[in-house]
Design a protein around this ligand. Structure first.
Ligand SMILES: Nc1ncnc2c1ncn2[C@@H]1O[C@H](COP(=O)(O)OP(=O)(O)OP(=O)(O)O)[C@@H](O)[C@H]1O
Ligand SMILES: [Mg+2]
Length: 374
């Protein structure tokens, strides 16, 4: 798929901006603090209805304004797509092909993006929360049901935690209420756990050969889901439900003492293993970078295999950070099939092969001038 038009109104430092894009590489060139990341973020938000940088949507609205609006037109394999997202202090309104979407979970997934930014190293190095957010966002792109299940899970989890807190302080003592909440939580927890397992299985399938190649045949990447229950032998919904039931029965007393839910997808993690060792703990900076890049490139293929259309690739400030070999590999992966947006402060660090096919947009103080083609 290709994003052909983008229009921003009161988005971050853009007051009003309309742009047309090329199908292959679009380079956004500008000094620091001019609006490069804001532009990439806007494309990401148009697709995901959420920023990759912040969970506070109000930050996206231009200072002293009431709302921000992002509009985009894309061409997909099976036709044209038009998207509109309005972010106001009250919330978000989303339209897909001019029809307002009642639920954001119905809106997300029409435009698919893969973003690679310097923060993505945190995917490997950062806290479990970063990895859970990653996996949730990525599955959400290909499965609206997942977004729905996840939000139901989070609501129930809050209720259950609240009730456990009251039991901890002996405000409430009724164990049957806790049992009902547990019974309601388990099928959702199991569905989410299963989906994550399946997703990581596919992600590893795509990422391992890419990682092997970028590391010049030296490294083998494995991806493992670290769950609070043991489902390693047979990953089936009924088996996961059973495992959660057993788990919650054994930890019940401890949960009451601690006043919170101690098992479930909200506590799980992902491990990236290179040559048998956890990269988060033992990996060098270069290995961590290769892992993050392999995962992102794998996502491109995974989305294609699930949806039959390539996503848009957003590379914020990372291309010139990659050495020649990795840039070449990246270029080979995306060449003529993946529309790519690249930001940089200077085109010096970018390979000539990429630049010669690119349209270059210059950004200065929240305003972008039309490209000069090479
Ligand atoms: N809500 C907002 N309203 C107005 N301006 C904002 C808002 N949020 C951020 N900005 C401003 O937008 C400017 C550009 O930010 P952006 O992150 O896009 O820079 P950049 O071009 O990516 O720079 P760098 O090369 O340092 O990454 C910043 O100076 C920031 O202060
Ligand atoms: Mg930036």
């Amino acid at each position: 798929m290709f994003l052909t038009h983008l229009s921003l109104k009161n988005y971050r430092n853009y007051e009003s901006q309309t742009l047309e894009f090329m199908n292959n590489v679009n380079i956004i060139l500008g000094e620091n603090a001019q609006g490069k990341t804001n532009m990439m973020e806007a494309i990401y938000v148009l697709a995901m209805a959420k920023s990759h940088r912040t969970t506070n949507d109000k930050e996206l609205i231009r200072w002293n304004e009431d709302y921000a609006k992002i509009e985009g037109k894309a061409v997909k394999k099976h036709g044209a797509l038009s998207l509109e997202l309005i972010i106001s202090k009250k919330g978000k309104k989303a339209k897909c092909n001019h029809i307002e979407q009642q639920r954001l979970s119905q809106y997300v997934g029409h435009l698919n993006v893969v973003m690679f930014a310097p923060e993505d190293l945190n995917l490997v190095k950062g806290s479990p929360q970063v990895r859970r957010r990653f996996i949730d966002m990525e599955i959400g792109q290909v499965s609206p049901v997942y977004i729905h299940d996840l939000s139901q899970y989070q609501k129930l989890l809050q209720q259950r935690n609240h009730y456990l807190k009251m039991m901890q302080t002996r405000e409430r003592q009724d164990e049957t209420i806790l049992d009902i909440l547990t019974e309601q939580l388990i099928p959702l927890a199991a569905k989410i756990t299963l989906k994550r397992h399946e997703f990581l299985f596919l992600l590893e399938k795509w990422a391992a050969p890419i990682h092997h190649e970028i590391s010049r045949g030296l490294e083998q990447l494995q991806i493992q889901y670290e769950s609070s229950i043991d489902v390693s032998e047979k990953v089936e919904l009924s088996r996961i439900i059973e495992a959660y039931s057993e788990k919650f029965a054994t930890i019940k007393e401890r949960e009451i003492q601690r006043g919170m839910t101690l098992a479930g997808p909200h506590r799980d993690d992902i491990s990236f293993i290179v040559n048998g060792k956890n990269v988060q703990i033992f990996g060098s900076q270069g290995q961590q970078r290769t892992t993050a890049l392999s995962i992102k490139l794998a996502e491109i293929e995974l989305i294609f295999s699930e949806l039959g259309d390539y996503p848009i690739l957003l590379l914020d400030d990372v291309l010139s950070e990659l050495d020649d070999y990795r840039q070449t590999h990246l270029l080979d992966t995306i060449r003529r099939k993946v529309q790519t947006f690249v930001t940089t402060t200077s085109i010096d660090g970018i390979k000539h092969d990429i630049i010669k096919e690119a349209a270059i947009y210059k950004v200065h103080s929240g305003s972008i001038t039309a490209p000069s083609c090479h």
